[in-house]
Each structure stands twice: as structure tokens, then as C-alpha cells.
Write a protein that binds this ligand. Structure first.
Ligand code: ADP
Ligand code: MG
Length: 248
């Protein structure tokens, strides 16, 4: 059951006199329960691909399909709602709101989604606990280490119980020990049955991934699947969907 699919995806940035072909005819599928690493040199189109998959930007040609729904057919409001409820995001520089505590940062997407106050608080605490941050709930981001901030960001990404979690260089600002903790957490998120897509330079991420997609000059240079069954585009093995998470 592939959740998210890129079909003949191309992106051309028109900047004044020159067109930059950032992506050219990329095909890929991102199955539920698997962690996919998007790798490739700087400028190869990794962030462009992630932004298209997440519906932040629209393709010049081709489409992104989520469970049969073409993202580009949705209005911007509908895409916004879809990102809020079905996608979660982790950024290299955490992107926490500096005036909100860890707990309030995690609760924020739930507030946007209309979750009642008590339920937001309960879920924020549960998620922070899951990532070893029970004692940090009332801390503002400046009082947290980089690794702690990224785990708060991960808890926030999971707040609305998303099907897909996107991470662009999530370990890029972390020391290797904190990076490992964050990666292990992302690995668990995939084991819960979610689709996890990580853009990275980090070879350790690629080692933990079920699939990897290597871009060069905006094209798929290599795709590999290291799962126990199926091929690069094929059948993922059954994954448990029940876990320590709250019910969907
Ligand atoms: P990566 O994340 O792999 O480093 P990007 O997706 O950021 O690569 O960029 C791919 C190519 O598209 C690069 O040549 C980059 O300069 C260009 N590019 C990215 N974003 C824009 C933009 N908003 N406008 C013009 N060119 C862009
Ligand atoms: Mg990038």
C-alpha cells in the first residue's frame, strides 16, 4: 500500500533570463511504514522534491498523489488543511516558536486543528514523554539543547497523528550523538506505520532507511530498497500499525 507517489514530476524555476530545471521526470513511491532517504549532492533537487511531495509548491509537470488524490487538484486552502492534518514536518533548524514552551509548541498544530485544550495538553505531554522530554515541557526553546529542540520538533510533527512525516536534513545541526537519537526516533515513527521521508547528507540516515532515492541534477540516479521483500517500487512487508500511539 503505497501512500505517496511522485509521477513524472518536473520543476522548472523561471528566474529572469534563465530557467533552472530543478527536477526532471522523477518517479518514486513512498510506502507506509517505510523510511525513505532522499540523497544526492547539494543542488541536486532534494529540497525541491520534498517541497513538491509536501504540497508546499506545485510541479511544472507531473503530479503528487496521496491515496489516489492528486495534490495539485486541491485548492491552496485544501492543501493547507491536508498539510496540517495528514503531514508532519521536521526542519534542520527546528523552527520552534521561541516564545512558546516545549509543550505549547507541540500543542500548537492541535490548536490549529481545533483539538480541545485538555486533549491538546494530554497529547503534548504524552508525545514529549515518548521522546524523553517529560521534564522539559515548560522550557522555552532557548533553554533546550539542539537535540532536545529537534525532539520537541518531532513531537510537534506527530501532534495531529500524520500519515506522512517529512524531514529536511533533520540531523544537519546536531552533534552525532543527538543525531543518532533523533534518527532512532524517526525510525520508530516509520515502524508505527507512517511514511517517513528524510532528505539528508548523513550516511547514517541512509543506513537506517528502508529505501533510498539518489538524485543527481534533478533526476533519479539510483533507487534502492533494502527491505526483506519486494523491489524498489514493489510490495512492502506488513508492518504493525498499532503501537504506543494514541488511537487514530
Ligand atoms: P538540494 O536540496 O538538493 O540542495 P534544491 O532542490 O534546493 O537542491 O535545488 C535544486 C536546484 O534548483 C538548484 O540548482 C537550485 O539553485 C535551484 N533552485 C532551488 N530553489 C529555487 C528557487 N526558488 N528559485 C530558483 N532556483 C531554485
Ligand atoms: Mg536542500
Amino acid at each position: 500500500m503505497a501512500v505517496l507517489i511522485a509521477q513524472s514530476l518536473s520543476k522548472v524555476y523561471r528566474t529572469g533570463a534563465v530557467d533552472v530545471v530543478a527536477l526532471n521526470d522523477v518517479n518514486a513511491s513512498f510506502p507506509a511504514g517505510e523510511l525513505t532517504a532522499i540523497v544526492g549532492p547539494s543542488g541536486s533537487g532534494k529540497s525541491t522534491l520534498l517541497n513538491l511531495l509536501a504540497g508546499f509548491d506545485t510541479p511544472t509537470r507531473g503530479s503528487v498523489v496521496l491515496d489516489g488524490q492528486v495534490l495539485n487538484d486541491l485548492s491552496e486552502d485544501e492543501r493547507c488543511d491536508l498539510r496540517l492534518r495528514r503531514f508532519g514536518f521536521v526542519f534542520q533548524s527546528y523552527n520552534l516558536l521561541s516564545v512558546l514552551s516545549a509543550e505549547q509548541n507541540v500543542a500548537f498544530p492541535m490548536a490549529l486543528a481545533g483539538v480541545p485544550h485538555g486533549a491538546r495538553l494530554d497529547r503534548s505531554r504524552e508525545l514529549l514523554g515518548r521522546f524523553g522530554l517529560s521534564q522539559r515541557g515548560d522550557h522555552l526553546p532557548f533553554r533546550l539543547s539542539g537535540g532536545e529542540r529537534q525532539r520537541v520538533a518531532l513531537a510537534r510533527a506527530l501532534a495531529n497523528d500524520p500519515e506522512v512525516v517529512f524531514a529536511d536534513e533533520p540531523t544537519g545541526n546536531l552533534d552525532s550523538r543527538s543525531g543518532k537519537v533523533v534518527l532512532a526516533a524517526l525510525r520508530e515513527v516509520a515502524n508505527d506505520g507512517r511514511t517517513v521521508i528524510i532528505v539528508t547528507h548523513d550516511l547514517e540516515v541512509a543506513a537506517l532507511a528502508d529505501d533510498s532515492l539518489e538524485l543527481r541534477d534533478g533526476e533519479v540516479f539510483a533507487a534502492s530498497h533494502s527491505g526483506e521483500s519486494g523491489d524498489a517500487l514493489g510490495q512492502p512487508s506488513e508492518r504493525p500499525t498499532a503501537g504506543s500511539e494514541a488511537p487514530r
